[in-house]
Design a binder for this molecule. Structure first.
Ligand SMILES: C[S@@+](CC[C@H](N)C(=O)[O-])C[C@H]1O[C@@H](n2cnc3c(N)ncnc32)[C@H](O)[C@@H]1O
Length: 334
């Protein structure tokens, strides 16, 4: 590397002058011996002795995800990736477009360095099957998919490979929690690891029955009950809610139905179990609210009940023309 050789006493002044004139190379470290300093330069400098010396390259401190990837990806590709991050506890889950699949390792390493989390995985499939999980490919860090996610003060332990969990529903859970009153009897028909029950029972003195068909989800729900200080109580039940519900000998003031692809097929169970004047928090994938409202109305009509729609909202976007929508209905006897 081409360097200006200066006596140690002049090193600092020369360094500053060269830097001010844009002549110093910032890619290498200045080297010194007992008498001289060697300052890397970009161009010849008059009035100094120029020598060729081997210098150590500067270790760049990466300030951002973009900076880590700027040599491998276009700015547009980097922007697209930035919106695909899901952080679940100390695990990062990335959605990598097909055209960048060959660069997944570089992207994974960049995400690992940038976030300083334990593990980075990429989505390898859509969410699928009865228990609503997806295939993940490990990219960087330590391949350990068990983590504890913090949400609204709740601690939620889970294995991202074995159970459903979306941090993108945090606002919705808070909203439902805030609409709950102390004393309610609640049924979460599709509770997963229990984010709705835990967030609600931490804040409200309620009695929650939480059902899921995935044994592993119920195992984590049980752990989560112990990990959190609850004002209310939660009773975990493992099984198909249609079967489990047959053993219930009470009605519920609120029923949460967050299985958006199939919740409509369980509306008959919910309408049967809801207390007069109780609320159903119903979810589905749709491009409008009309379909969900009609489904709730039909399910009620079928058993001589009626529903008053209290609130409808978009929870999150699924595709350009499809949303995960929430519809809250108050059900009463006709
Ligand atoms: C979309 S996830 C929602 C989990 C949780 N409510 C949350 O917000 O994280 C749906 C859950 O329903 C469960 N599930 C699917 N079919 C079921 C059934 N027939 N009875 C009970 N649980 C079921 C799945 O195992 C999955 O955990």
């Amino acid at each position: 590397m081409k360097c200006v050789k200066v006596p140690l006493k002049q090193l600092n002044d020369t360094r500053i002058k060269l830097m001010e004139n844009g002549m110093m190379s910032m890619d290498f470290r200045i080297k010194t011996d007992n008498e001289f300093g060697y300052i890397p330069i970009n161009e010849d400098v008059e009035g100094h002795e120029i020598v060729d010396v081997e210098l150590e390259p500067m270790k760049k401190v990466a300030h951002s995800f973009s900076e880590l990837l700027e040599n491998d990806l276009t700015p547009e590709e980097i922007e697209e990736l930035k919106t695909s991050f899901d952080t679940i506890g100390d695990v990062i889950i990335l959605e990598i477009p097909d055209n960048l699949y060959d660069k997944r390792q570089i992207i994974g390493e960049a995400a690992y360095k940038f976030t300083k989390r334990k593990a980075v995985y990429m989505k390898k499939s859509a969410i699928k099957g009865t228990i609503r999980i997806r295939d993940l490919e490990f990219l960087a860090g330590t391949d350990d998919s068990i983590t504890i996610h913090k949400e609204h003060g709740a601690r939620l332990k889970l294995d991202v490979r074995q159970v459903y969990f979306s941090p993108r529903l945090a606002t919705e859970r808070k909203r439902v929690m805030e609409s709950v009153s102390d004393g309610e009897k609640i049924l979460d028909m599709f509770c997963g690891i229990g984010p709705f029950p835990i967030v609600i029972a931490r804040n409200k003195n309620v009695e929650i029955t939480a059902v899921d068909i995935n044994e592993t989800a119920i195992k984590y729900l049980k752990e989560n009950i112990h990990l959190n200080k609850l004002k209310g109580s939660i009773k975990p039940c493992c099984g198909d809610v249609r079967e489990v519900a047959k053993s219930f000998n009470c009605k519920f003031d609120r029923i949460i139905m967050n299985l958006p692809g199939l919740a409509y097929t369980f509306l008959d169970v919910a309408v049967d179990l809801i207390e007069d004047g109780g609320t159903i928090n119903y979810y589905e994938f749709s491009n409008s609210y009309e379909q969900g409202i009609k489904r709730l109305e039909n399910a009620c009509e079928n058993v001589g009940k009626k529903v008053e729609i209290i609130n409808c909202r978009k929870v999150k976007s699924i595709s350009p023309d499809e949303w995960h929508v929430a519809i809250d209905g108050k059900v009463s006897e006709n």
